[in-house]
Each structure stands twice: as structure tokens, then as C-alpha cells.
Design a protein around this ligand. Structure first.
Ligand code: SF4
Ligand code: SF4
Length: 448
């Protein structure tokens, strides 16, 4: 395994020919695991709302198989892959251990090679390759959102009905615009430290979109970690590249992963936990090695990196007694609420972090956690699925909102920025008054 920064260069990235050959072999192996039993059907949100076999995990796997046998074209199967949320609920339900997420990403990559590029795909690639990795461009986007929200433009656009003239994707984008304000908590920067100097250290990557638009979640997470006697260092890591990977942009996500691994090596912090509060980014970090062929040196480096990555709920669980003592020290009488927890798919299904969040959140004596029906089903956010597939995303969201409304809760905790925006959009559409917070914000609130 390369051990110094200068050995991790672009020369180590696989060529496009290698990528295609490895992907084809990998896909053949992945397809063999499916025994077509159908146990995944009821776990699939797109099958549940459409009732169509072609929009189920089993159906999609069968379509990919037919395409690999040259009995269907890439154009014929592409829409069904596009309509998949990538939520990986089918993986949890599958008795045959089908690696559906891998199968989907690999198929999307190979399908792109055989289908003509649409203008929207070009714009998306530019966003993934240029805007997300650039803090400056993201801050400009945030400034644009601020102007839109706070100068009356948003009000005017709604009032005049201009928004309803926009294509559904742009309407969805407008509704998903994060709740920015002039006095929001500042974004964090690589190199910042919090907590006492000699306290044990954890690293907390802050990502791209979440750090720009929802930095208050990071501040709450830091407050929690520091309250438990640790020191937090914000590492200088670039955008994780998860969205590029899910879009089938393998070469781009490999380059982004290489940048992450170079930055990680430069940190020289091999034994310090990398604590993550964004489910999507953490899932990608934990599976970074999947981007590289198993005989690539980058595969081994990525595996070593992934071993350090831990979801914040996993990290908190062994410290839950200490956390409970911190919370008991505060007066909770005026903060009693009925709440629900919505597991993010990339936490529950992709990372398998299923019981830890509620085990941690249950230490709050002032909060009554009530069950949410079909909680492990996706909310329809799924990266930028809600912009690309607004109609199906809305149907999936509607089912989730029905379940949420039935609980009568006044607080909703969810650990992924995309889910947060999607659920906030849905609650506003229905006029449901319910506060949404990240679990770390809920805990930090009770720290006083
Ligand atoms: S993906 Fe798994 S659960 Fe679904 S049909 Fe195939 S083997 Fe059965
Ligand atoms: S990833 Fe989600 S939407 Fe896609 S097939 Fe699996 S369960 Fe259905």
C-alpha cells in the first residue's frame, strides 16, 4: 500500500478501458446473486407507488440482465434505472445478499457509455465536477439563495404565479431551496479546532452543501462532541464525490476520491476517528474502495481510510451514559415534546446503522419518541432524484407525509441534509406545523 503523499498521483487512476472491463465483470457477478424471489418488492418505494415490476428491484435486475445478454438496449432500460431512488431498502430485505447499490451504480456507468448524452446530463456533470467541490461557487450559490429568499423575489414569484410556468424540475428546485438567512451560523473551515487543547481528538469533515447551507447542524454536532470531553478538528477534505458516483460518473468520482485520499494522507492522522453527521457522505466514505479495482493500490488506501470513518450515532453510543449525565444536569421541564425519527436510507440501509440513533436519542427524558409507520422507507429525496424525477419523488414523499401526519408529533429528527430539505418541502406543501432537526441538533438543544 502506498504510504506517502507523492505516491498517490493521478497515474494510479484506472484508465477508461480498465474501468469498463472491470465494471462488466463486476456486473456479471452481481447479477448472479439474484434468485428472483421477490422478497424485496414490498421494501421498494418505487414499486409500492407504481405497482410496476419494471420499477421494482427484481424487475430492474432482470432488465439489466437482459441488456447484458443483448436482448434489450441501454436506451430501453435507462428510464427504469433513472427512476430508482438508490435507497438500498431492497438490500436490507434481500435474503440472497444482492449488492443492489453496487449493481445500480455499475449499470448506470455502463449505460451512460451506450446512450447519447442529454443537455441536462451535461449541466449535472458540470455541477458535480465544478460547483460542489468549490467553496467559492457554493458560497455564491448561497448568496443567490439569500437574495432570492430575503428581498421579496420569492414572494413575488409565488404571488404572480411565475413559478407554476417553470418546468417541474425547476419548480422542485425552488421548493427545495434551503432555509438561508443573514444571521445563520458560519460555515466551518479546514483547520479549525474546538474543545480543550489536550482533550482526545476526533476529525469531523464538513462536506460541501451541508457546510454551506446548513452549518448549524455542524455547530450542534461539535457542541455535542466537545461537551463529552473531546476536541474536534475540521480536516481539509474536499467534496466526497458521492453524488457523482450515484450519477454513474465513475471517472469523476475516482478523481474526487483520490483528492480525498491525498488530503487524508497529508493529515497523518491514521488512528483518529473520522466522525460523520451526514448519512450520504459517510456511506460513500465507508465504501470508497468500491470505486477502484481490487488490485489497484488506491483500493487498499481507500480501505484503510474507510476503517477510520464512523457515523456520529455509532460514535456516541458507547458514550451514552456520559451523555445522559450531561443532559440530566439541565432543566428539561419546559422542553417536552412528542417526536419521531426518520432514518436516512444511507444510514439505515447503506451503513446498516439501524438501532444506534434511537438508542442515543432515547436518553432524552423530555422527548417522547413515537413510532413512524414504514420508517425505513425512503422519503423520495435520494440525492438530486427529487429534481430529476419530481413526479415519482412527490408520490414517494406523499406516502411518507401520510405516515408522519398520523403520528401527531411536533418534532422530526433526520440525519441527512437531502432528507431534511425534502421533508421540509413536503410539510410546507401540506401546511403541517412540525419542526425538523438533525438528531445532533435535538441533543444539543437539551444540553442547554
Ligand atoms: S434482489 Fe434479492 S430479494 Fe429481490 S428478487 Fe433478487 S434475490 Fe430476491
Ligand atoms: S434502491 Fe430503492 S427504489 Fe431502487 S430498487 Fe432498491 S428499494 Fe427500489
Amino acid at each position: 500500500m502506498p504510504t506517502s503523499l507523492d505516491r498517490l498521483t493521478e497515474k494510479l487512476l484506472p484508465t477508461e478501458t480498465t474501468n469498463v472491463a472491470v465494471a462488466e465483470d463486476h456486473l456479471a457477478t452481481l447479477l448472479k446473486a439474484c434468485i428472483q424471489c421477490g422478497m424485496c418488492l414490498s421494501a421498494c418505494p418505487t414499486y409500492t407507488v407504481t405497482g410496476s415490476e419494471a420499477e421494482s428491484p427484481r424487475g430492474r435486475i432482470h432488465l439489466v440482465d437482459l441488456w447484458q445478454q443483448d436482448r434489450l438496449t441501454a436506451e430501453a432500460i435507462a428510464p427504469h434505472l433513472d427512476q430508482c431512488l438508490g435507497c438500498r431498502s431492497c438490500e436490507t430485505a434481500c435474503p440472497s445478499n444482492v449488492q443492489y447499490g453496487e449493481l445500480l451504480n455499475t449499470s448506470r456507468y455502463l449505460v451512460k457509455k451506450e446512450t447519447p448524452s442529454h443537455w441536462f446530463a451535461t449541466v449535472k456533470r458540470w455541477l458535480l465536477a465544478t460547483v460542489l467541490p468549490s467553496p467559492t461557487l457554493l458560497m455564491l450559490a448561497r448568496f443567490g439563495a439569500l437574495l432570492y429568499k430575503t428581498t421579496g423575489i420569492a414572494w413575488l414569484a409565488k404571488r404572480t404565479g411565475v413559478l407554476s410556468l417553470l418546468p417541474p424540475s425547476l419548480q422542485a428546485m425552488e421548493q427545495l431551496c434551503p432555509p438561508v438567512g443573514w444571521n445563520d451560523a458560519p460555515s466551518l473551515e479546514g483547520g479549525q479546532r474546538f474543545g480543550k487543547k489536550n482533550a482526545p481528538l476526533v476529525l469531523m469533515p464538513v462536506g460541501c452543501v451541508m457546510n454551506t447551507f446548513m452549518a448549524d447542524i455542524h455547530h450542534a454536532t461539535i457542541q455535542m462532541i466537545v461537551a463529552l470531553g473531546f476536541q474536534v478538528l475540521i480536516p481539509k477534505l474536499p467534496c466526497c464525490g458521492a453524488l457523482a458516483h450515484h450519477a454513474g460518473e465513475l471517472s469523476l468520482s475516482q478523481k474526487q476520491a483520490l483528492a480525498t485520499l491525498q488530503a487524508w494522507q497529508a493529515l497523518k492522522a491514521r488512528t483518529i476517528p473520522i466522525v460523520m453527521n451526514s448519512a450520504g457522505c459517510a456511506a460513500h466514505y465507508k465504501e470508497l474502495a468500491h470505486l477502484f479495482p481490487s488490485d489497484s493500490p488506491l483500493h487498499a488506501v481507500a480501505e484503510a481510510f474507510s476503517q477510520q470513518v464512523v457515523d456520529v450515532h455509532e460514535w456516541l453510543l458507547p458514550r451514552v451514559d456520559r451523555l445522559a449525565k450531561q443532559l440530566k444536569a439541565n432543566n428539561l421541564d419546559d422542553k417536552r415534546v412528542k417526536a419521531i425519527y426518520q432514518p436516512a436510507c444511507h444510514l439505515y440501509h447503506a451503513q446498516g446503522v439501524q438501532t444506534e440513533p434511537m438508542a442515543v436519542l432515547s436518553v432524552l427524558p423530555a422527548v417522547e419518541w413515537v413510532p413512524l409507520a414504514d420508517a425505513s422507507l425512503c422519503c423520495g429525496s435520494a440525492g438530486i432524484y427529487n429534481i430529476e424525477q419530481p413526479s415519482l419523488s412527490q408520490q414517494v414523499l406523499d406516502a411518507k407525509l401520510d405516515a408522519i401526519e398520523a403520528t401527531g408529533a411536533t418534532l422530526l429528527a433526520v440525519a441527512n441534509p437531502g432528507c431534511y430539505l425534502q421533508l421540509r418541502k413536503g410539510l410546507q406543501q401540506r401546511g403541517i406545523s412540525l419542526e425538523i432537526l438533525h438528531p445532533m441538533q435535538v441533543l444539543a438543544r437539551y444540553l442547554g
